[in-house]
Design a protein around this ligand. Structure first.
Ligand code: BJW
Length: 247
């Protein structure tokens, strides 16, 4: 991270009216939420790719629910950090700001973010695995009252209200995220940029003429593509950039 990089991004943001921010697990890391990939991103011997699929749930719903129950307990104790807070302020500070999050922890909601698109769902919402027709419901109980939980309408197995590999992203959120790629500045923060379609948004934004920037602790597949890649922790970089903006 250099002062020149931070000033350049602040300069671009100062001139922008349409800003889109894509966030990933790295934004919640300073809150104590484990990331998916990299050190500390593992649960027992499993990878997200092995548990976050309909096939894994079908094969062993109790194992998959144990993973979600463990994450719900960890996340229930976490609070939004300065990265979430800056993003929440920016969400109303620009003429048009869209925040697209891949995170299912709802810490952006806790921070009060406006115009938030949760493209991978929420850990705190459940739905019927058999799709009996009951609407999805919110359940913030920690620990869960029963494991695995059941659908209040039909009594069958419930599932977490998240998007697994091979499943479609929610239609409304996906459409809105695609539209938000039409912007002046597209900022990607704390995501490994390997999971599609979210990983494709920054490329689409660049194709449509946006200034693109990445904030991440490490290099990602997007680093070489963006106009500006700044390395560092999101909870320090974002407040630093915010201080450089003209009020
Ligand atoms: C910090 C930091 C700090 C740490 N400060 N930074 C095109 C090409 C190839 C494959 C596909 C494709 N299109 C679709 C696919 C298939 C698949 C896919 O992308 N696979 C790839 C892995 C190869 N995608 C899908 O299946 C998606 N569905 C779909 O496309 O439907 C249509 C379709 C269906 C079938 C066939 C074709 C098309 C659905 C994807 C759903 C992803 N779901 C998960 C689980 C959600 C539920 C749950 O939480 O349990 O979402 S997987 C997991 O990864 C989770 C995350 O949201 C997602 C992204 O992870 P994220 O946020 O980037 O976290 P990490 O851990 O990977 O990275 C953290 C980063 O932070 C790192 O870079 C650190 O350096 C950084 N960091 N601390 C700043 N303090």
């Amino acid at each position: 991270m250099s002062d020149e990089q931070l000033d350049l991004l602040a300069h671009r943001l100062n001139r922008a009216t349409r800003v889109t921010i894509l966030t990933g697990a790295g934004v919640s890391a300073a809150s104590g939420v484990p990331t998916f990939r990299g050190s500390g991103g593992l649960w027992r011997q499993f990878r997200a790719e092995d548990l976050a699929t309909p096939a894994a749930f079908s094969r062993d719903p109790v194992l998959v629910w144990e993973w979600y129950a463990w994450r719900r307990e960890r996340i229930a104790a976490c609070k939004a950090n300065p990265a979430h807070e800056v993003i929440a302020r920016w969400s109303t500070a620009f003429d048009r700001c869209t925040v697209i999050t891949q995170n299912v922890d709802d810490l952006h909601v806790q921070a009060g973010t406006a115009n938030l698109l949760r493209v991978h769902g929420s850990l705190w919402e459940l739905s019927c695995w058999r799709v009996c027709g009951a609407p999805s419901w919110r359940d913030e109980s920690v620990p869960l009252r029963t494991l695995p939980p059941s659908c209040p309408a039909c009594g069958g197995l419930a599932r977490p209200g998240v998007v697994w590999f091979g499943e479609s992203l929610p239609h409304r959120e996906l459409e809105a995220a695609a539209a938000a790629c039409d912007c002046d500045v597209f900022l990607t923060v704390g995501t490994s940029a390997v999971v599609y379609p979210a990983a494709g948004f920054v490329h689409e934004a660049k194709r449509r003429g946006a200034f693109t920037a990445e904030l991440n602790l490490e290099l990602t597949p997007a680093s070489a593509e963006v106009d500006l890649a700044i390395h560092g922790p999101a909870d320090q970089l974002l407040p630093n950039i915010a201080q450089r903006l003209t009020p």
